[in-house]
Structure formats: structure tokens, C-alpha cells
Design a protein around this ligand. Structure first.
Ligand SMILES: [Mn+2]
Length: 348
């Protein structure tokens, strides 16, 4: 029997009973399950990345080691593949997923963010008792003094590692592995302009505890992050695709980043096929697809298009199209290194 038919069939008594039932359910839901009143949740931002998740775990572990037994890590969303890989590698259980703070979150430590827009839903700023982060500070206003630590370094993981040192708490192999992974991924193996010299030093120290080559391990994580094996040619083309119109020439430029261009070799022909299909259906003069190798810092620029567009493309990149592409070292950015050149070459 549905609630609608209850109301219809019953008149006042059934309606009252039904209302009472709803109130009872509401009370049960709002009070249960019973969480420890003093629990201290440590949580990163929504759409969590490796740094966000592992910083919560490593910082909760530090708190526990320092006698703060009520500290526990949580995540504000589903784990991505590279985070799962890191946690599995070091045999760390996945943290509890908490996507809504309605019934919990009396005491919360934010890691890897301080912008409440990025925080778990319904978290009140009054309930934030600490922040450990490496992002810009934008509007975090709290009437009470709290421990608020942000530093301009590559990852929160490096800040947490330093907190272990400052508090003279030994770092286990597992925790070292998590914090090292955070720095390696957030800095894209120290290639990101956000990298600080301290990140390199901290990774060296942590890698010694873990007993791995950090570069090799970092590439392994990046490989999972940029895994294209399960992606179709169409997914690869459309994943990051933008259309432009310069001097009356309509065209599109897509990009995919990988750690090894060979990962894309088996899909190259079908990517070209999808490019041709899209060019025709969208009536574009050309499509350029950047297959970008983040390790070699180079791009294979796949091309499909009409003869005039081919001329412009060759002019833009100063070479001949061979096997449907021009390969260019040091070309990584569509916005800064591809679009302006095409715009210039298309000028009549
Ligand atoms: Mn981070």
C-alpha cells in the first residue's frame, strides 16, 4: 500500500498514525546510528585525489600516535583509480566515505583544502577545528582561533610529513608511502610549477623509508591515472575537445595526456577514424588531436582536414605531415603552444 492510498482510504486516524510513524522514523534516523560524540573527523576535499585522501589517513595516524584516539580519516567522495592503487599497494583500508555532514562532523579537520565550497556537504565552518593545506586562502573566516597551517608547497602530504618530524613521531613504511605518493602525484613528478625545493627533499627522505625508487613509483601511479586501455577512441577524442573559429576557419583541437605515447599506438588508427567522422559531422576544416607525453614533454599532433587546412597546419608547426601527424618536442599546452600558432597560420 502506498502512502497516497493510505491517506485516501483512512481519514483522520490513519493520517495521524501515518504522521506519527513518519515522526518516529525521523527521530530514529536523526539519532541513529550512534557515533562517538567526541569523534574527530579528518577529511579532504570533494572529488578526492591522492593527496586529499592520503593526507587525511596520514594525519589521522599522527593524531592517533600522539594519543588523540578519536581522530579518524574520511573521504568526501569516491576514490579514483590512482588513489585505490596507492592504498592497495600499502595495504591501507579505504577510509569511510562521508558525503554529508548533517548528522556528524562535530569536530572536523580539513586537509588539502580550506575553501568551504570544496568541503563535504553541510559542513559548518564552526565545526572546523584545524586546517592543514597548501592552497590559496579564500574566505575562510572563523570567529575562534584554530590551528590553521598552510604552506606554499607541492602537496599537503609534505606538510603532514613535516608535522611527524616536528612532533618526533616515527613514520612507518606505510605512512611514508602514502605521503610520498601525495607529493609525487600533486607535483606530477616535480614537473608542476607548484613544486617547492622542500618537496624534493621530503620525497627523498620518505622514499628511503619506503625502499622504492620514487621516480619509478611515481610513473607507475601516473600510468594508472592516465590509463587509456579501457577508453574508446571516441572517449579519447572527446575527453578534452574544444572548437575554434579563426578567420572563418572552423576547427577543433583535442588533447590526451599519457606517460608513454606507446600506450596510444594501438588506438591511433581508430582515433584518426573518429577524428574524420567528427570533422564531417561537425563540418570542420580540420581536427588536431594532441597526444601528449607528459614524461617526454612532447606531443604527437594528429591531423585530419582539407588541403587548405593542412597547409595552415604545416605552416603553424613548421614541418610536413608524415603519417597523419607532426611530432613536436616541448609542446604540452593547447592554450599556449597550439592555438596561437594555428590562429596565426590561418590569417589570410
Ligand atoms: Mn593537494
Amino acid at each position: 500500500m502506498t502512502s497516497r492510498s493510505l491517506f485516501q482510504s483512512g481519514g483522520i486516524t490513519v493520517k495521524t498514525c501515518f504522521t506519527a510513524l513518519i515522526i518516529t522514523i525521523a527521530i530514529i534516523v536523526s539519532t541513529a546510528p550512534a557515533f562517538a560524540a567526541d569523534e574527530l573527523m579528518i577529511i579532504g576535499h570533494e572529488r578526492p585525489d591522492v593527496d586529499s585522501v592520503t593526507s587525511a589517513i596520514a594525519y589521522a595516524n599522527l593524531k592517533n600516535m600522539m594519543g588523540v584516539k578519536e581522530a579518524f580519516p574520511a573521504v568526501a567522495g569516491d576514490l579514483n583509480n590512482e588513489t585505490k592503487f596507492v592504498l592497495d599497494y600499502f595495504k591501507i583500508p579505504y577510509p569511510e566515505k562521508i558525503t554529508n555532514c548533517q548528522y556528524r562532523c562535530k569536530k572536523v579537520i580539513l586537509v588539502d583544502h580550506n575553501d568551504m565550497d570544496q568541503a563535504v556537504d553541510n559542513l559548518k565552518i564552526e565545526n572546523v577545528v584545524e586546517v592543514v593545506d597548501h592552497h590559496m586562502i579564500d574566505g575562510f573566516i572563523r570567529s575562534k582561533a584554530i590551528f590553521f597551517l598552510t604552506e606554499p608547497v607541492g602537496a599537503t602530504g609534505g606538510i603532514v610529513a613535516t608535522l611527524y618530524e616536528q612532533n618526533k613521531v616515527p613514520i612507518s613504511r606505510e605512512m611514508a608511502g602514502l605521503m610520498m605518493s601525495a607529493i609525487l602525484t600533486d607535483t606530477v613528478l616535480f614537473k608542476s610549477p607548484t613544486t617547492s625545493p622542500r618537496d624534493v627533499v621530503v620525497v627523498e627522505k620518505l622514499a628511503k623509508i619506503v625502499g622504492v625508487d620514487p621516480r619509478k613509483f611515481g610513473i607507475e601511479i601516473l600510468r594508472i591515472k592516465t590509463n587509456v586501455a579501457s577508453k574508446s577512441a571516441k572517449d579519447i577524442l572527446m575527453g578534452d575537445f574544444k572548437e575554434f573559429n579563426f578567420s572563418g576557419t572552423k576547427f577543433g583541437v583535442g588533447q590526451i595526456e599519457v606517460v608513454d605515447l606507446n600506450d596510444l599506438t594501438p588506438k591511433r588508427a581508430s582515433i584518426l577514424e573518429e577524428m574524420n567522422k567528427l570533422k564531417d559531422s561537425e563540418n570542420l576544416a580540420m581536427i588536431v588531436m594532441m597526444l601528449t607525453d607528459v614524461m617526454k614533454e612532447a606531443s604527437d599532433l594528429l591531423f585530419v582536414g582539407n588541403a587548405a587546412a593542412a597547409q595552415s597546419f604545416e605552416k603553424a608547426f613548421g614541418g610536413k605531415i608524415v603519417d597523419n601527424s607532426i611530432y613536436r618536442e616541448k609542446v604540452l599546452s593547447r592554450k599556449m603552444q597550439v592555438i596561437p600558432l594555428l590562429e596565426e597560420a590561418l590569417k589570410k
